[in-house]
Ligand binder design. Structure first.
Ligand code: SAH
Length: 373
């Protein structure tokens, strides 16, 4: 990704970036078969292993009773290495919001969140350990990029949630993951190939993948314009979310620094091209920050930019990061912001703020754990 903005941090390429072990979720089924054949096993074992992982959410050899005893360990070692270890689990909302802090094989920390609602279960996943986009209001942005996650490291977060749900360990009875949002740590479009492969794995039917509907997957971006154009050409029916946060370049240059590379006009043009190519409504993310971006005139400016477009606005009351001088907007300012957007005919929702008490916002748990180490 030709990003000019590294905000003075070491670029990832200057370090030796560790490669996670290969896992079947990294590979299309045909390549899994080739790996299995290379071990001297019949290729159909690749489907059996894949059904265990994507259909039964297990990577435990002893549960794979359809595989000959002697072949279980070699197959699991070759294609189902344990990639993520839960370092910490927190829950709130009576157990229906659960956040996991994962440790990767090389010690990086990433977060995922499961949110169960009456009608759906959403998994919020990380695509990178840390993030290089440096948005000043975001805990992950302040910590910088450690490395991109592999496809399987992304998929494993969703499988872990599916395992809990299937086992009935989330209040509400046994269930399934219905939605996936790439709104955890990282900039998904800066880890393009692995994120796209993860979307394919999540949405292909078992045994290729997990069988989640493409329409229930949301990829959220700061607005990497060439990558948005590439995504539009993938023929995936996923929802695009654009983290706009300001309607004007002067403010957006500071809130989302990559705006200095691709400005509001260019980002929205790419978003409308995406909507035209996919027929899908684009979600415009807007964190309401008191006296920074919540003025009535900015609501009107945003309304004018979005009026008549295939878009809706998702307002997020700012979840202040520790030590931040910024806070969430006052309720009256938030109400007025909503009213003005609606007056422009723009659909708007205010995001529920689940998980605040468990450091729910992007990167906050990982940040607090790193700080204590
Ligand atoms: N990098 C991607 C996805 C990860 S963040 C992106 O920027 O879109 C998911 C969403 O949470 C983004 O809209 C991001 O701007 C927002 N966000 C980050 N920190 C926040 C905070 N402290 N309060 C409210 N929203 C926040």
């Amino acid at each position: 990704m030709p990003l000019t903005l590294t905000s003075g941090r070491r670029p990832a390429a200057s370090r030796t970036v560790a490669r996670p072990p290969r896992h079947l979720a990294d590979l299309p089924l045909a390549e899994r078969r080739a790996v299995v054949a290379g071990l001297g096993q019949p290729p159909f074992r690749a489907s059996q292993l894949s059904r265990h992982f994507f259909g039964r959410y297990t990577d435990q050899p002893e549960e794979m009773t359809d595989l000959p005893l002697a072949s279980r360990d070699p197959l699991v070692q070759a294609l189902l290495p344990r990639l993520l270890t839960a370092d910490r689990e927190l829950s709130c909302d009576g157990g229906t919001t659960r956040k996991t802090l994962w440790r990767t094989f090389d010690g990086a920390l990433v977060e995922s969140v499961l949110m169960r609602y009456p009608d759906r279960v959403t998994m919020c996943v990380s695509s990178q350990a840390g993030c290089g986009m440096a948005c000043p209001f975001c805990a992950t942005g302040q910590a910088g990029l450690t490395r991109s996650l592999s496809t399987a490291e992304i998929v494993a977060q969703v499988v872990a949630g599916a395992r809990l749900l299937a086992a009935g360990q989330v209040p509400g009875g046994p269930g399934r993951v219905s939605n996936v949002v790439f709104m955890g740590m990282g900039e998904p479009l800066a880890n393009y190939a692995r994120v796209i492969a993860a979307v394919r794995r999540l949405t292909e039917p078992v045994p290729e993948g997990m069988g989640i509907s493409q329409r229930s997957v949301t990829v959220s971006t700061v607005g990497l314009v060439p990558a948005i154009a590439r995504l539009a050409a993938e023929r995936l029916s996923v929802t695009l979310a654009v983290s706009l946060h300001a309607p004007d370049d002067e403010l957006r240059d500071t809130l989302v620094p990559v705006n200095q590379r691709w400005n509001v006009r260019e980002v929205l043009a790419a978003a409308w091209d995406y909507a035209a190519a996919t027929g899908r409504r684009v979600s415009i993310e807007y964190a309401l920050i008191k006296d920074i971006n919540d003025q009535a005139w900015r609501a009107d400016a945003l309304g004018s930019l979005l009026a008549g477009r295939l878009a809706h606005v998702n307002l997020i009351p700012l979840n202040p990061t520790p030590g931040s001088k910024w806070t969430a907007s006052r309720p009256a300012a938030q109400r007025e912001f909503v009213r003005r957007l609606e007056a422009h005919g723009v659909p708007v929702t205010v995001r529920d703020t689940r998980g605040r008490e468990i450091d729910g916002a992007c990167g906050q748990l990982a940040a607090s754990v790193s700080a204590r180490q």
